[in-house]
Design a protein around this ligand. Structure first.
Ligand code: MG
Ligand code: MG
Length: 252
């Protein structure tokens, strides 16, 4: 397993790819409202990505039919955009998307409330973001990959949540999914050493109930087995000798 270490030129391209994706997410957020269909969100997302002369990397990935994964409530990830599926008051929705800029991939996910949402579920969204930030405290050269995993897992367990173990984060660069795999659960070893120039997509998927998931017959949608809500938060980051750089934010 060789983990790619990006050159200065590649890092610049990853930064721009990530910055654009951060802006796409900011603009896409404005469409979240009761009544909008998940297909409309996908169409707007694809338009936004293409408006930056970028390519949606999820579209046709292993046959995925959309540019944005739109997952509602108990859907963890990989929700397929549909005309018939509409957001309603009290839902939570996660938007996971990525793009290719001059050959370099970025990947990020956000979870949003739709109108008024149960405080317990709002807390799940916030704490899932916190899991990410707890994890990246360890994302620097000299630390090890699973230090990140263990920090995410510690925090999620402290909150009493279930951790999705069926899916994990990943390296990213000239491909959407590169080595290494980045679990959000406890690992008994510390994993590979982190080196400045690695770019990683860290993405806790955290459930209000248990961590177990099922995959629906559509071949894509991942749902919680107990059908309780799930939240997803992801950014592409750059490992440096100091603090990690979060690449998929609109402005840094
Ligand atoms: Mg993603
Ligand atoms: Mg990802």
């Amino acid at each position: 397993m060789a983990v790619s270490v990006k050159s200065e030129r590649e890092i610049e391209l990853m930064r721009e790819s990530g910055r654009i994706l951060g802006e796409v997410h900011e603009k896409l957020k404005e469409f979240i409202r009761p009544g909008i269909s998940t297909l409309e969100i996908d169409i707007e997302g694809e338009k936004l990505i293409r408006s930056y002369d970028c390519i949606p990397n999820f579209l046709h990935y292993n046959g995925f039919p959309g540019s944005i994964c739109v997952s509602i409530n108990e859907e963890v990830v990989h929700g397929i955009p549909k005309k018939s599926r509409k957001l309603k008051e009290g839902d939570i929705v996660s938007l996971d998307c990525g793009l290719i800029y001059k050959g370099y991939h970025s990947d990020a996910a956000r979870t949003y409330p739709v109108g008024d949402v149960d405080p317990e579920v709002l807390k799940l969204i916030k704490e899932t973001e916190n899991c990410f930030f707890e994890g990246i405290k360890f994302a620097k050269e000299g630390n090890h990959l699973h230090d990140i995993s263990n920090a995410i897992a510690d925090y999620a367990e402290k909150c009493g949540y279930g951790i999705v173990t069926a899916l994990v984060g990943h390296g990213i660069g000239t491909s959407l999914h590169e080595d290494p795999s980045i679990p959000n659960y406890h690992m008994s070893n510390r994993g590979i050493k982190l080196v400045a120039g690695m770019t990683l997509a860290i993405e806790p998927m955290i459930n209000l109930g248990r961590g177990d998931v099922d995959f629906l017959d559509d071949g894509w949608t991942c749902v919680t087995s107990d059908r309780l809500p799930s939240s997803h938060y992801e950014n592409t980051i750059l490992i440096t000798k100091g603090e990690p750089e979060i690449l998929t934010l609109p402005k840094r």
